[in-house]
Design a protein around this ligand. Structure first.
Ligand code: AMP
Length: 568
């Protein structure tokens, strides 16, 4: 192969390694982010073997950041924040201050400048949205009160970081880095000019973008072309980010964040999020790979104590601060512990911040390596923190039940996961086009039913209608356990993805050998696959349609052609 194709090589090797290591991490019950970062370290210049193109990886990761921030904007809801503002705002601000001071303390012992300490401390203070949302989702805590507080807290942290990203270039000169815009002495000038440009951009977005962008999306949706709709979403995300950077000198990240937030107002925001999900995921992976590439593992040997101190600040310093604040607000210990564990890690924002800090000459490269080491370690131990809380739960329950001051809190704790005590019940997975036709009927027939649904809004509505619902991906054994799969009689897998359905069936069979598993398929190959993967009966929608059409002709039903399938 004679051509020089560094872009293809970087993307291909990045994806393949990230996939392999991400899958391995998931198998080991770790966050896949750890796998992606390790993949980056492997293709980086500090480890032997293939070295990906650094400049290209950097540019790809910029796209990752844009799309990540676009996603944050799409999900940013002022309403969610307002509901928990009395605790989330002061909590996040105090915690940021504590973490920043701790980081500055460490920077001081390492003889770094004040500016370096500030960037380092701020980078330690913000948790990763990706890690937090995933941890809460796995534990069914997204819709719980404590989950909402943690998310609100994170939104405040994100907002402070967005502001920091905007202001840092303007303040770089004052803080001892490279002054931006050629102004050295008048530090206030670049600051004022940055603030002016940002305000102008925000005003433009709020006044024009808020109407124009959703309108554009609605017009495109009206055309009926799925492809054009997806293209519109991506054009808006990347277009606004690029335009913001070129015209207003704002970061790509902020531009994309606003683009997302403006679309949040559109009634098509869910579809916009769904349609751009695959691309956002893919580039987010490349972002983590690119970050891993920058990591020099020799820091672990050269400065083990500094790495340890960084890790301790993230996992203990920050969480103890959060714990104290939440307790000070009179919340029960279990709530405080969950919120602390959620925030005891750092991720994408920290990487963006240190990259900027190093670029501006504020932070030494060792600072970035410490942050990367701290992030990888903290993401690694995060599930352990939650595991510890799970272990403590019986003790916490007893303690909160006996402590009268926490009475309101224990009600809240009990509220978190509506307990499901079903036996001999049916479990219905997916409440979409198929599932919704089954649930009502089962209800009317008096069959005890537990629904598993991973679309939060849909699951919430079902709960309001009085159904027992577990929110989450049924492919997770934990989610199946919450639906009491071991005690169930039937499992109805009504989701369209056969690969996922096969995985669910295998897990369920392992937990309950006597379970009657009925699955949905759309292709002959899927029927075969599901029959081989523990399903007792596979119903193929297309075949049933053909059967009914044929029956209408008044003739006998045609021969079944594939094994394992059967008429419903
Ligand atoms: P439909 O394709 O209209 O039948 O909808 C399928 C439904 O199943 C949607 O509501 C999805 O949110 C839901 N769903 C898909 N995959 C899963 C999964 N792995 N676990 C739980 N719910 C799922």
């Amino acid at each position: 192969m004679p051509h020089h194709t560094p872009l293809i090589a970087t993307i291909a090797v990045g994806f393949v390694l990230a996939y392999l290591l991400g899958a391995l991490a998931t198998r080991l019950r770790l966050s896949p982010l750890v796998g992606y970062l390790l993949a980056g370290i492997l293709v980086g210049p500090f480890t032997p073997g293939f070295v990906a193109d650094k400049a290209l990886a950097h540019e790809l990761s910029e796209i990752g950041v844009m799309l990540l921030m676009f996603g944050v904007g799409l999900h940013f809801s002022l309403k969610d924040l307002m509901a928990v503002k009395h605790i989330a705002i002061p909590g996040a601000l105090v915690q940021i201050a504590v973490a920043t001071l701790l980081g500055m303390g460490l920077a001081w012992t390492l003889d770094w400048s004040l500016g370096a300490g500030l960037v380092f401390g701020l980078a330690l203070s913000v948790a990763s949205t990706v890690v937090l949302l995933r941890a809460l989702e796995e534990r069914q805590l997204l819709d719980s009160r404590r989950g909402k507080i943690a998310i609100g807290w994170l939104i405040v942290e994100d907002l402070v970081m967005v502001l920091t990203l905007v202001l840092l270039p303007a303040l770089a000169g004052v803080l001892g880095g490279e002054a931006q815009g050629g102004a050295e002495a008048g530090a206030w000038l670049p600051l004022l000019s940055t603030l002016g440009k940002v305000s102008l951009f925000i005003a433009l977005m709020v006044l024009v973008g808020r109407r124009l962008l959703p309108w554009l999306l609605e017009r495109t949706a009206g055309s009926g072309s799925r492809e054009l709709f997806t293209l519109a979403v991506l054009a808006i995300a990347m277009g606004v980010a690029y335009f913001a950077a070129q015209v207003f000198d704002v970061s790509f990240a902020l531009g994309a964040f606003f683009a997302g937030m403006m679309l949040n107002e559109s009634e098509h925001n869910h579809r916009a999020a769904e349609d751009s999900q695959a691309l956002r995921d893919a580039f987010a992976v490349l972002f983590f790979v690119a970050v891993g590439m920058l990591f020099d593992p020799s820091i672990l040997l050269q400065q083990p104590l500094a790495v340890l101190a960084t890790f301790l600040i993230i996992v203990f310093g920050k969480s103890l601060a959060a714990l104290a604040i939440v307790r000070a607000f009179g919340k029960p210990l279990s709530t405080a512990l969950t919120i602390s564990a959620s925030l005891a890690q750092i991720g994408e924002f920290s990487f963006i911040l240190v990259a900027l800090g190093v670029g501006l000459g504020l932070l030494p490269e060792a600072g970035r390596d410490l942050i990367l080491a701290g992030a990888i370690l903290s993401i690694l131990v995060n599930p352990l923190c939650f595991g510890l809380i799970d272990r403590l739960q019986p003790w916490l329950d007893r303690r909160e039940r006996t402590a009268p001051a926490d009475a309101s809190g224990s009600a809240e704790a009990a509220d978190d996961i509506p307990a499901i005590h079903a036996t001999e019940h049916a479990i219905l997975i997916g409440h979409g086009r198929v599932g919704s036709r089954i649930s009502l009927r089962l209800h009317e027939e008096g069959v005890p039913l537990v629904i598993i649904e991973d679309n939060r809004a849909r699951a919430q509505e079902l709960r309001e209608e009085g159904f027992s619902v577990v929110i989450g991906n049924a492919a997770s054994t934990q989610v199946l356990e919450l639906a009491k799969v071991a005690a169930a009689r039937w499992l109805l897998i009504a989701i369209p993805n056969a690969l996922e359905a096969g995985q669910i069936a295998v897990h369920a069979r392992a937990a309950n050998p006597g379970l009657d598993i009925i699955a949905r398929a759309h292709f002959d190959a899927e029927v075969e696959y599901l029959s081989e993967h523990a399903a007792d009966l596979v119903v193929m929608g297309e075949r049933e349609i053909a059967r009914v059409m044929f029956a209408r002709l008044g003739l006998n039903s045609p021969q079944q052609r594939a094994p394992g399938s059967s008429a419903a």
